[in-house]
Design a binder for this molecule. Structure first.
Ligand code: SME
Length: 181
């Protein structure tokens, strides 16, 4: 497995995602371990995308989103479905782009320096099973280009890691959380 991420530092954002996407597929190819794969995906995204200050997964257990593999500063462990940017994306099953977090009602500050954000749902068999959350320390950093590519990454996760994702959420729900659905 090739673990070196190579993107052209002068490329546009769209081109950078285009160069990165097959490398994400290469990182998870043939590897069944969910934690290893989610960890490598967020590491590769953070390595390649200069406008990210934080990127991570939250996995859903009932009405709670629980922190998963991430890159960046330590973050809030538990979020509520329906509240904040992540919770809104989860309850509405849609990508939420926030140009200015100060203008988003109920935004949850895990990092006081965060200024803009994008959250993309992980949809499996019609249900939101988690989200990908990305923050930036600058305003207006996320747009349709990020949305389109992060939705592709979310699709990669739910399709190619769907089995391990279901198994892990069931295991964690029984031992630690209120229910996986
Ligand atoms: N800002 C998010 C909380 C998660 S952190 O950004 C990592 C929200 O409002 O849901």
């Amino acid at each position: 497995m090739e673990t070196t991420i190579q993107v052209d530092g002068n490329a546009t954002k769209d081109e950078t995602y285009r160069q990165l996407y097959p490398q994400l597929q290469g990182l998870i190819s043939g590897e069944p371990d969910l934690i290893a794969n989610l960890s490598n995906i967020v590491s590769a995204l953070k390595t390649a995308m200069a406008h990210y200050s934080w990127v991570g997964f939250y996995l859903r257990y009932g009405d709670t989103l629980v922190l998963g593999p991430f890159q960046g500063k330590p973050a809030c462990v538990s979020l509520t479905v329906g509240k904040g940017v992540c919770g809104t994306s989860a309850v509405e099953a849609r990508t939420v782009v926030v140009p200015n977090v100060y203008e988003f009602p109920g935004h949850v500050f895990c990092d006081a320096e965060s200024k803009s954000e994008i959250v993309v749902p992980l949809v499996r068999s019609g249900k939101v099973v988690g989200v990908i959350d990305v923050d930036s320390h600058e305003f207006n950093q996320f747009d349709d280009v990020d949305a389109r590519w992060l939705e592709q990454v979310a699709g990669m996760v739910t399709e190619e890691l769907g089995g391990p994702l279901d198994a892990y959420r069931t295991w964690a729900a029984e031992r630690m959380h209120e229910g996986a659905s």
